[in-house]
Each structure stands twice: as C-alpha cells, then as structure tokens.
Ligand binder design. Structure first.
Ligand code: COA
Length: 387
C-alpha cells in the first residue's frame, strides 16, 4: 500500500465571519492549501467536505464549495461525524489514495455557525446528542453533557474548578500567539472562575465558542508527495471508534470509551506508544474534555489529567505539549472544520513552522484527537515526519 502524506495546508481566520459566504470561507483555506502544495488545482482528483451544517443556507455544501473554488469534474462528497466531521473527511481522502483510486485528494473542513443565534445553535448541537430521549425529555445541551463528565471527574478524582480554569488559561495563552484564532487575549484563572456559569461547574471560559471557519489539507501518494515537497507529513495511522449516544448505556462518565479505543487502534497501527508523541492537538470543546483526553490517550494515568496540567507537562517544554494553537477553546470550534484545523496545526509543528508556538520535536510524531458528539465518534490520527 502506498504511503499517504499531507503536502499542502490552508486555514481561514476563525471567528464570527459575517463578511463571507460558506463558499468564500472555504476558498480561503483551499486557496492556501493549493499554494502551499505548489500544485495546479486541476491535479486534485477528489474533494471531501466535512461539515455538519444546519446553520447555514446551503444543503449541499460540497458542490457549492467546489464550484466557487474552480474545482470541476472532481469526485466529491460531504461527510458528517458531528464535531469529528473534519477527521472523517481526512480519512475519506486518505482512503482514496491508499486504495490507489487517487493520487492527489483534498479534505476541507467547513462550518458557519453564526448564521443562527446562540439559542438556535445550542439547540442544534444539543440535538446531536441522544435526541428523542435526552434532548426532548431533559433538554440536554452539550454544555450540560460535559458538565456531567466534569462533576463525575471532580467527585471521583478530586479535580477542581480551578483545574478546569487552568485548561482555559493555557488555551488563551497559546491562542494569543495565533493570528488565526478567534480569541487572541490572555486570561487569568480568576477571570475564568468568575465568568458566567453556563452549566455548573462549566462557565463561559470552560466552553469553546460558536465559530465560523474552514481548514484544508491536500494529501498525496508516496511518489507524488516526494516530488512535491521535502517536508511531507505522513499519515501513519487513523484509529476510529464510536459509542452509544444514550448516556445510560455508557460504561463511565470520567472518560470517553471511543477515544480510548480509537487511540489504541491508532498506536497499534503506527507501532508507537503514547510516550513517543512529541506534540498533540486534542478535542477541548469544554475544558474537562482536555483533561479526559490526556487520560484516554494514555499521556497520564486515569485521574491524573489535572496533575499533568498543573505540573506544566502539557505546555511547551513539558512532556507532551497540547493544543499550541489555542485549541478549540481559544482558536474557535467551527465544528466540521476543527478536525482539519488540528491536522494543519500538527503538520506545521512537525514541519517546524509554528514560530513562537513551536514544540521541540524529538521523535517526529504528532497526534490529532477529534471527538464527535459526546464521544459518539472518535478519530485519532498519528502524523509523522518519517514514513
Ligand atoms: C458559552 C456560549 C453559550 C456563549 O455564547 P453567547 O452567550 O451567545 O456569547 P456572545 O456571542 O453573546 O458573546 C458574549 C461575550 O462573550 C465572549 N464569548 C462568547 N463565547 C465565549 C467563549 N466560549 N469563551 C470566551 N468568551 C466567549 C464573546 O466574545 C463576547 O465578548 P465581548 O462582549 O467582549 O464581545 C457559547 O459560546 C456556547 O454555546 N459555547 C459552546 C459551544 C458548543 O457546545 N460547541 C460544541 C461542543 S461539542
């Protein structure tokens, strides 16, 4: 089977983007990725758009995106895996090359959530949980699902509201160095702790924002990748897993079974262990999600996520720097775009192009952890400097 590498990356500014349509928003990252890859866009054989949709007017976004970008006669589709739609799009592009069907393929992550007001966006996201039971009967929203995880983690392991606030402070610290981030201001623990409660113990600064944005990656087969660039970033493995939408059927509320399973599949296929990962982007849709991710991915033992952060081990200079682009918390979380955005960041880190936010790279390995729903879906992708 041919190796598959990321050879081009593009990223729009994340935030409230009233200035553009979805096609224009997607074009910003597609154009960037094509330029970065140094190809003629006619060389792209298929395009997969990861987008949840429902908040913007277009019902068939892939067609609109391709047409505006001048990508004609390409195989194309839109895929959905809730907030993991971006990783699902990358997986589809990866498979098209690994199978020998295509030589160059593109994955685009896209979302424009601010087309609707906050209450409508919160409702649409909430309906992505267990709709008929938990949304209709109990009014569960994503903040309340993650509040439930946080309370369980606090009760079981002694994690505190201050620990959650520390995740936000780290995210805003690195977000302040990322010109494409939605929030580029540092915050303090006090500011996070005194912000408005959304669903206790989660407050405004424990939540990722409602965002617009796009990101794109161009993938190529081994021979083509080596011709196009001296710094191909190889997709070593993609582990995918799922879990019940019905929370009463979950084994535990202090972690995500799908994330544990997806990461073990990814590590096994890449023949690595978590200790070999130099830099990671994890799905911090709420602060508690980042602490659970450290544990689910094996960066520390179960229950020790808050300690790992307190000890500074997930900052630059620590054991495993995490979310150096500001994470979903500060960079923004345009849901379908987030997985592709994480691939862009880890590619930059592995290429050594992350500037002030650059992590030291020892083993040449980075990881993307992208969760859909409350762990309904999880994709863990291992990226590497070496094939
Ligand atoms: C928390 C939340 C309800 C706040 O939305 P809101 O009340 O409409 O906030 P607004 O857009 O009116 O913004 C009010 C202020 O808070 C800021 N803000 C909004 N969301 C923020 C966030 N998540 N973190 C920090 N600041 C935020 C805005 O920039 C604005 O600041 P300003 O007054 O200085 O301009 C919303 O961000 C949310 O629902 N987040 C969760 C999204 C989610 O569930 N994603 C899926 C996860 S799986």
């Amino acid at each position: 089977m041919t190796g598959v590498a990321i050879v081009g990356i593009g990223h729009s500014k994340f935030g409230r983007r009233n200035d553009v349509s979805i096609a224009e928003l997607a074009f910003e990252s597609i154009h960037g990725a094509v330029e970065d890859a140094g190809i003629d866009k006619k060389q792209i054989q298929n395009v997969t758009v990861g987008s949840v949709g429902g908040w913007y007017e277009e019902n068939v976004p892939a067609t609109v995106v391709n047409e505006y970008a001048g990508l004609e006669r390409v195989g194309s589709m839109r895929v959905e895996a809730a907030c993991a739609s971006g990783s699902a799009a990358v997986k589809n592009a990866y498979l098209s090359i690994a199978s020998g069907e295509a030589d160059i393929a593109m994955a685009v992550g896209l979302e424009k959530m601010t087309e609707v007001d906050t209450l409508t966006a919160v409702e649409l996201m909430g309906r992505g949980g267990s709709y008929l039971w938990e949304f209709e009967n109990f009014g569960m929203t994503f903040a309340s699902y993650y509040a439930m995880f946080a309370v369980a983690h606090m009760n079981r392991f002694g994690t505190t509201e201050e620990d959650l606030a520390r995740v936000a402070v780290k995210a805003h610290h690195y977000g302040s160095m990322n010109p494409l981030a939605q929030f580029q201001k540092e915050i303090t623990i006090e500011k996070a702790l005194s912000s408005q409660v959304v669903s206790w113990p989660l407050k405004l600064y424990d939540a990722s924002p409602i965002s617009d944005g796009s990101a794109a990656v161009i993938l190529a087969s081994e021979d083509t990748a080596r011709k196009l660039t001296d710094t191909p970033i190889w997709i070593r493995s993609i582990g995918a897993s799922s879990d019940s939408a019905d929370m009463s059927r979950r084994d535990s509320y202090v972690g995500l079974g799908a994330a544990v399973d997806a990461s073990r599949k990814a590590y096994s296929a890449a023949k690595i262990g978590p200790e070999m990962v130099d830099v990671a982007n994890v799905h911090d849709c709420f602060t508690i999600a980042e602490l659970m991710a450290y544990e689910d991915l094996g960066f520390c033992a179960k229950g020790e996520g808050a300690k790992l952060l307190r000890d500074g081990q997930t900052m630059i200079g620590g054991k495993i720097p995490v979310n150096l682009d500001g994470g979903l918390k500060a960079k923004g979380h345009p849901v379908g775009a987030s997985g592709v955005s994480m691939m862009v960041e880890i590619s930059k880190q592995l290429r050594g192009e992350a500037g002030k936010r650059q992590a030291p790279i020892k083993n040449g390995i980075g990881l993307v952890h992208n969760v859909g729903g409350t762990g309904h879906y999880c994709y863990v992708t291992v990226l590497s400097r070496k094939r």
